[in-house]
Design a protein around this ligand. Structure first.
Ligand code: NI
Length: 399
């Protein structure tokens, strides 16, 4: 190895970030206008691919029709770091009134994945320019289907996204944190997700002759109520869990007793132990209630994500890098949330962390929660996020 010292100053990086900011904002708005749901991100992928091809970077083969796996191979050997952005949108009718609001009615970038893509694309352009001064390689994961378990992370990993990778960086916009600041938290920050269906098989009949039937609606109601006591009475109140049924389907007419009901639910936990226990507890409660009333239970676990746990050393990298760019006092410790993220799947294989990018700016209405139809992310945050990602990659590889 040569004894050349690799270093790129924060001011060099900040000026490169500034230079491309208008192009970056335009790119973000283009993405925002054409949101696509999980696994349907075809136009998004085409747009990303076009930009990557302009940069002459290697596109690695993947098994999914959407998403993109890209590599910047450094001119000198070294470690490999991965950076990941999700690319999908949500089934929400946008109500922001922004001039670049969704033109794909019923889909919306309401979780800021357009911001993530614009940040990562901006970072990739700068890192490509800087590659002579960087040791090692960068793997870029444009991952589809984050919002819909089983998610795109596991197929990406199976396709080799993490082969030879030493660490991974993730980011997520955060409307709780003001623009210009970032949020970090060591260890567990996001919940495990277990999506499941309960199907209650009863016996149908005439509404006026209940004695001849097994009413699946009555049984389902009891199950929904009783499962609330798992959270309040069976799990340690110091740990955090949530169980929600988002859909109930059953019945065909007012005067017909429903022979079956489907409950569609999701269980969240902040500890792997609770994650393991929850499906068992849910099954026990639902099964016993079905038995008591002469019905049969069918329980299907649809998919899940693990608990997301950030690496202390990668958080330190983020913190030191951010301070070197923007000074002290710009980092907050974010509270854990019961939302899930399949970025957690990568962290089962390599150390990494997800940094929270502050996008809160009340003056422009950027204070609504994720997944809200009026969710707005402050575009001024792109500058901070891009500089952070570029510098963190450089600092990690040239360390
Ligand atoms: Ni998200």
């Amino acid at each position: 190895m040569s004894n050349r010292t690799y270093s790129i100053s924060p001011s060099t990086i900040l000026s490169l970030v500034k230079k491309q900011s208008q192009v970056q904002i335009a790119f973000r708005r283009k993405l925002h206008q054409q949101p696509e749901l999980s696994t349907q991100e075809y136009k998004t992928t085409a747009l990303l691919k076009k930009e990557i091809q302009k940069l002459n970077l290697n596109i690695l083969p993947t098994s999914m029709p959407t998403g993109l796996l890209v590599e910047i191979v450094g001119d000198s050997p070294g470690r490999t770091i991965a950076i990941r952005t999700d690319i999908d949108a949500l089934p929400i009718v946008e109500q922001t009134g922004l001039p670049f609001a969704s033109r794909n009615t019923g889909s919306m970038h309401a979780c800021g994945h357009d911001m993530h893509m614009a940040t990562i694309m901006g970072a990739v352009k700068i890192l490509t320019k800087l590659r002579k001064d960087i040791q090692g390689s960068i793997r870029i994961i444009f991952q589809p289907a984050e919002e819909q378990p089983p998610g795109g992370a596991r197929p990406m990993i199976a396709d080799g996204a993490l082969d030879d990778v030493d660490a991974i960086l993730g980011l997520h916009v955060d409307p709780r944190v003001p623009t210009g600041k970032i949020g970090l938290r060591d260890g567990v920050t996001m919940a495990s997700v277990t999506d499941f269906d309960l199907i209650i098989h009863g016996v149908g009949g005439h509404a006026a002759r209940p004695q001849t039937a097994v009413d699946a609606i009555v049984i389902a109601s009891e199950i929904v109520s009783s499962i609330q006591t798992i959270v309040s009475r069976q799990v340690d109140p110091i740990g955090s869990v949530a169980i929600t049924f988002g859909m109930i389907q059953g019945g065909t007419a007012r005067n017909v007793i429903a022979d079956s009901v489907k409950l569609t639910g999701t269980a969240r936990a902040l500890s792997p132990a609770d994650q393991k226990r929850l499906p068992k507890l849910i099954r026990r409660v639902a099964e016993k209630i079905c038995q008591a009333h002469g019905a049969r239970l069918e329980m299907n676990i649809i998919a899940g994500y693990p608990v997301l746990s950030n690496s202390i050393s990668i958080n330190k990298l983020f913190a030191q890098t951010y301070e070197s760019l923007f000074g002290k006092g710009k980092i907050v410790e974010t509270e854990p949330v019961l939302g899930g993220e399949d970025f957690a799947c990568y962290l089962e294989h390599v150390p990494g962390a997800m940094v929270r990018i502050g996008v809160k700016n009340k003056k422009i209405g950027a204070d609504k929660s994720w997944h809200h139809p009026q969710f707005i992310a402050d575009e001024a945050s792109l500058h901070y996020a891009t500089a952070l990602i570029v510098s963190s990659v450089v600092n990690f590889l040239n360390e």
